[in-house]
Ligand binder design. Structure first.
Ligand code: ATP
Ligand code: MG
Length: 284
């Protein structure tokens, strides 16, 4: 099924869905020697990783380790203290504001707590980026917004206001807004936070579907273990204490093979630590 509206064009006339990141090209995202700081407070040093085509790349780590901050660096909302972020061959960190803006249009973002505008209907919320970045007519915008809402299972809810739908539905509407411009790369910060396990599972399925249907690359910040294992194909683990990345790879492989006790404790919800303590007590 094609999800791109036939007349869906960026304001310069190029189709928005034009592939900027060819599959045979360099990795869509490279983070190189990144140091993140708020003023003189250094949060993380020497972060290095690449995100490959079609990855669902998980940024994980404890609360306050800097996951959202890393995402903000990747989106140019915070400048690196050191290092750079590249999209394909494009050095995002060194680029001019207009070039960055152009690149950001290829991205869809769902921020942590990703609020919808409460005074706008779901269709108006989803239509917002279309009005801003395309030359579609109002009726075309309504059509595309309805299509995107249908993709996330919200057909028939176009005229509802955010307060009239559940939290899980709001997350999905946020997702519909993030995919409004047919992005090449999607960024989600804690998409399933606050959802019950079933809704959370459905959202994971939806993220997998969007990756497959849009051919997009997805970056997800999350500490929901079920999601990490269900959708993650690659990951980085941020450790607040050592202030750097202490594991990188498919989360399922990390669970099997990573020896670092901090990563193991996280991926097993501390169960292994508890077992170790118990066996020390039993034998001690
Ligand atoms: N605007 C800011 N100015 C100064 N310090 C900040 C700012 N935003 C975040 N921090 C600090 O940076 C650290 C990392 O915050 P961040 O929000 O990136 O963590 P996180 O891993 O996303 O946490 P959570 O899982 O709770 O969302 C925290 O210690 C926080 O206090
Ligand atoms: Mg966060």
């Amino acid at each position: 099924m094609s999800i791109t509206h036939p007349s869906f064009k960026a304001s310069d006339g190029k189709p928005v869905s034009e592939v900027k990141f060819p599959k045979e090209g360099p990795p869509p995202i490279t983070v190189k020697n990144l140091t993140m700081a708020y003023g003189t407070f250094v949060l993380m040093k020497d972060i290095n990783f690449t995100v490959n085509h079609g990855d669902i790349f998980i940024i994980m780590g404890g609360s306050g380790s800097g996951k959202s901050t890393l995402l903000r660096h990747m989106l140019g909302l915070i400048e690196p203290a050191k290092g750079e972020v590249l999209y394909g061959d494009f050095n995002f960190t060194k680029a001019e504001p207009e070039q960055r803006e152009e690149m950001l249009r290829q991205f869809g973002v769902l921020y942590q707590g990703g609020a919808l505008w409460s005074s706008m209907t779901l269709a108006e919320n989803v239509g917002l980026p279309l009005g801003e970045f395309t030359n579609l007519s109002p009726s075309e915008i309504r059509d595309v917004a309805a299509l995107k809402l249908a993709l996330v299972g919200l057909k028939g809810f176009e005229g509802y206001y955010p307060s009239q739908i559940s939290g899980g539905m709001q997350k999905r509407a946020g997702l519909a807004r993030a995919i409004a411009l047919d992005p090449e790369i999607l960024f989600f910060d804690e998409p399933s936070a606050g959802l019950d396990p079933i809704s959370s599972r459905l959202l994971d399925d939806l993220i997998l579907e969007l990756r497959d249907n849009l051919g997009a690359t997805v970056v997800v910040v999350t500490h929901e273990l079920a999601s990490i294992f269900a959708i993650g194909s690659n990951s980085v683990f941020l450790d607040a204490e050592s202030k750097t990345v202490i594991a990188n790879g498919d989360p399922k492989d990390l669970l099997k093979n990573c020896k670092d006790h901090r990563v193991r404790a996280f991926l097993t919800r501390g169960d292994e630590d508890k077992k170790d303590e118990k066996s020390a007590r039993d034998h001690g």
